[in-house]
Design a protein around this ligand. Structure first.
Ligand code: TYD
Ligand code: MG
Length: 452
């Protein structure tokens, strides 16, 4: 007989406690504990999910490099670090309607067309609905199998029977394990079902893609715990009002993080955007104050983004600050430096910062760009439109060296920029100098004197 037992779980972070708590010791959330019935059945149930491993000398373990499967979609391959690794578990999070199902259906169609057997498990839509989407994006490979199922036990049975090369679960919130009494999508269920699927993936070396919905506070499936369990976490983001979509790796055991892939949503599915720099700069206004272009590194690639600032007189007692796409605290710091060190009295103005095209740049290398955009808007003097700005800003107004300067400058030159302002300490000779004037500066004062 199964013995039932209940435990309490934090609905935000998945923290487990044997008794109810008002405040979560892990995420400090209040009133977020819910009781969940967990009935741990005896051994047997998970016996076939054991590894039965033995310790091995490290030299006897064969290296598994080079076994990656290419998805045929360059942007996804790059975000994954060069293709899908055998037995890996990948979580794709995103808001409803952003295009997760579309993206994965396109991916599995590509794999199936390349003669790999793929199983697409959906608990969200009927087979007919999936067929409708498949028709839209032209998915018709005979090796693409669709299973509409929500019971974990049956999904595992079918995977064993079909032996696919890859499994997609759309979405993890719809799957339930019958051992647990709680509803599908609850913390306990999501944790249990994904852990069994991941174990299964590892044991049989079948890569598993889990689709997860993002909750209002931005975490996947409520429990953060899911992010720790998988090998790779990808976020699919973008504004459903715009056509662009960005897939970003947040965690990757097999590649760089913060790598991005850019797509555009069309009426026949998602299309790759091979040149994101020109995409992000497409609508840039010419010769207006408050707009500055910065080559930012996303993962392994330099991408040019436009930082816009609007500094305007406030009519409130406390001026407003808004930062979209850049770090809010960083902006406050830079405002203080401009005000105190450079004598540019902007801290009593409303300040709005935005990165055009929905991009997000959080590295310190964009500091100087933010400062230049704010100063340009405040002084109402545009920065030369063919100039890019790079550098980290310190608290005394000094401009500090940043990493990967050569790649950034080359990308700017490639897109037709003719001048770049960089930190003095970065002024090393580039091999085969790109066609661009390099101007070095060592302090914010120099930037203000030279650029406006
Ligand atoms: P979907 O993949 O169902 O999103 P998710 O799985 O993340 O919830 O995408 C749904 C949206 O994409 C929907 O608003 C319609 C749009 N769409 C297109 O614009 N073109 C297409 O070819 C497809 C398949 C969907
Ligand atoms: Mg979907």
């Amino acid at each position: 007989m199964k013995k039932s037992k209940t435990n309490f779980f934090c609905q935000h972070c998945g923290y487990m406690s044997p008794k109810w708590l008002g405040k979560c010791p892990s995420c400090s959330g209040w009133n977020c504990f819910a009781e969940e019935l967990i009935s741990r059945s005896d051994e047997g149930a998970r016996a076939d999910l054991r590894f039965d491993g033995k310790p091995l000398p490290i030299n006897d373990i064969p290296a598994e490099e080079g076994k990656r499967i290419s998805t045929g979609i360059v942007e996804i391959d790059r975000v994954l670090g060069g293709g899908i690794v055998g037995g890996s578990a990948v979580l794709i999070g995103g808001e409803p309607g952003i295009g997760k199902s579309t993206l994965l259906l396109q991916m599995v169609q590509n794999l199936a067309a390349g003669d790999l057997k793929v199983l697409y498990v959906s608990g969200e839509e009927s087979a007919g609905q999936i067929k409708l989407r498949a028709k839209r994006i032209g998915a018709s490979a005979k090796n693409l199998l669709v299973l509409v199922e929500v019971s974990l036990e049956r999904i595992l049975e079918q995977i064993k029977a079909v032996q696919p090369a890859l499994v997609v679960i759309d979405s993890i919130q719809t799957v339930y394990a019958s051992e647990l009494m709680s509803a599908p999508g609850s913390v306990g269920q999501v944790r249990e079902t994904s852990s069994q699927l991941i174990l299964f993936a590892k044991k049989f070396a079948i890569p598993v893609f889990l689709i997860g919905h993002v909750t209002k506070d931005g975490s996947i499936a409520g429990p953060k715990v899911l992010e720790h369990m998988v090998d790779t976490v990808l976020y699919f983001e973008g504004d459903s009002g715009h056509a662009y979509r960005i897939i970003r790796s947040i965690k990757n055991r097999f590649g760089p993080t913060n790598e991005i892939g850019v797509f555009e949503m069309h009426d026949q599915g998602l299309r790759e955007v091979p040149n994101p720099s020109s995409f992000f700069l497409a609508e840039r206004p010419q010769n207006v104050a408050g707009s500055v272009v910065v080559p930012s590194i996303e993962g392994t690639r330099p991408i040019l983004v436009e930082i816009q600032a609007l500094v305007s007189a406030t009519n409130l007692g406390m001026p407003r600050r808004t930062a979209i796409g850049v770090d809010y605290n960083r902006v406050s710091l830079l405002v203080a430096v401009l005000d105190k060190i450079c004598g540019l009295h902007i801290s009593s103005s409303d300040i709005f910062i935005n990165v055009a095209g929905g991009a997000r740049v959080e590295e310190p290398a964009v500091d100087l760009g933010i400062v230049a955009a704010m100063a340009s808007s405040f002084l109402d003097r545009p920065l030369d439109g063919r100039t890019v700005v790079l550098g980290e800003v310190g608290l005394t107004g000094e401009v500090r060296a940043i990493s990967q300067m050569e790649a950034r400058v080359r990308e700017a030159a490639r897109l037709g920029f003719t001048r770049c302002l960089i930190p003095k300490t970065n002024a090393v000779k580039f091999s085969g100098m790109p066609k661009i004037d390099v101007i070095t500066i060592s302090s914010l004062k120099e930037l203000l004197e030279n650029s406006f």
